[in-house]
Write a protein that binds this ligand. Structure first.
Ligand code: TYM
Length: 334
């Protein structure tokens, strides 16, 4: 049976990239009949230092973002990772399945560890094994993510395959990444060749779910572009990454294809396109931010949602963990 799982780290301020590449699509998937589980992956966040008060705040804020974007905790299972210990338990087994060499090849590890990999946490290196466990502890089959998570998903498939091979079983399904839509890789507003990210030092490079309407509009007005008008076809946007990015953002926000957006604005200057984009972004994001702020005023209610989601998630995960231990040969006598 198909089952959807995905996660978001509570490691700071959510960006338009998180929204278009993940949150918006999660909500769309909830409308299908397929069971959906969405996680706030607090255990992933601590692979780099998190101030405890910030972690607590950000965990609740990501939860509020999920709900504000339209996720219904009655339809989807919404929870934080650390409240379902089976993630960590399966991750240990996968630490023993995965090879160090596989981890060393992960581009995200290389980026995050930087020059001094020896000084990064062991958890940062092992991160993809925990991510594989997040998915496979539910035997999830479909994983909506942005483009940047593709390599981690391939590793999760490798782990499932090696586990199945080592123990001569077909217990774990091979999870399919779902990377589609017009905004699988939202780029920085300052540099169209760099991913929009929470960690970019420039606040002007990203739109966040904490920005108010004026800030959103200003950031779009100031976004880097080129002096050419918008062409007639997408092909002609090749070599103009900033222009392409803004067209993609417009398309994803409006639920249209990039082709239809370019056809509508063809011949116009960015002086005309940017205000249209700013208006669209504000119309779309301001109500979400407002709803997040409203939800954040009642942290006890957010915690209740997370606890309830964790109970439901654990009910699926525990039998799968038991079966895994059994396959591995762990004695279970109580
Ligand atoms: P994280 O927290 O970095 O990002 C959450 C989701 O947002 C997507 N995303 C983007 N999409 C388009 N353009 C961007 N600029 C952009 N930036 C971020 C990410 O691709 C992701 O889908 N390792 C994951 C969290 C995770 C997970 C999992 C995901 C942990 N366990 C199991 C799926 C399944 C991460 O760090 O995402």
């Amino acid at each position: 049976t198909p089952r959807v799982f995905s996660g978001i780290q509570p490691s700071g301020n959510l960006t338009l990239g998180n929204y278009l590449g993940a949150l918006k699509r999660f909500v769309e998937m909830q409308e299908s009949d397929i069971e959906t589980l969405y996680c706030v992956v607090d255990m992933h966040a601590i692979t780099v230092w998190q101030d405890p008060a910030d972690l607590r705040h950000n965990t609740r804020e990501v939860t509020a973002a999920y709900i504000a974007c339209g996720l219904d905790p009655a339809k989807s299972i919404l929870f934080n990772q650390s409240q379902v210990p089976a993630h960590a338990q399966l991750a240990w087994i996968f630490n023993c399945t995965a090879r160090i060499g596989w981890m060393n090849r992960m581009t995200q590890f290389k980026d995050k560890a930087g020059k001094n990999a020896e000084k990064s946490s062991l958890g940062l290196l092992a991160y993809p094994a925990l991510m594989a466990a997040d998915i496979l502890i539910y035997q999830a089959t479909h994983v909506p993510v942005g483009e940047d998570q593709k390599q981690h998903l391939e590793l999760a498939r490798d782990i499932a395959a090696k586990f199945n091979h080592d123990f001569d079983t077909d217990f774990f399904p091979s999870p399919d990444p779902l990377i589609d839509g017009e905004a699988t890789r939202v780029m920085s507003l300052r540099d169209g060749t760099k991913k929009m990210s929470k960690s970019d030092p420039s606040d002007q490079s990203r739109i966040t779910l904490r920005d108010d309407a004026d800030t959103i509009a200003k950031k779009i007005r100031k976004a880097k572009t080129d002096p050419e008008p918008l062409p007639e076809t997408l092909k002609e946007l090749e070599g103009r990454p900033e222009a392409r990015n803004l067209v993609n953002i417009y398309a994803a926000l409006s639920g249209r294809t990039a082709e239809s957006v370019i056809a509508e604005f063809s011949g116009q200057q960015f002086g005309q396109f940017k205000p249209a984009l700013a208006e669209l972004a504000v119309d779309h994001l301001a109500p979400i931010t407002q709803e997040m702020n409203r939800l954040m005023a009642d942290p006890a209610e957010i915690d209740r949602v997370l606890g309830n989601g964790a109970d439901r998630a654990a009910a699926i995960a525990e039998p799968i963990l038991d079966k895994t231990y059994d396959i591995v040969g762990m004695v279970r006598s109580r």
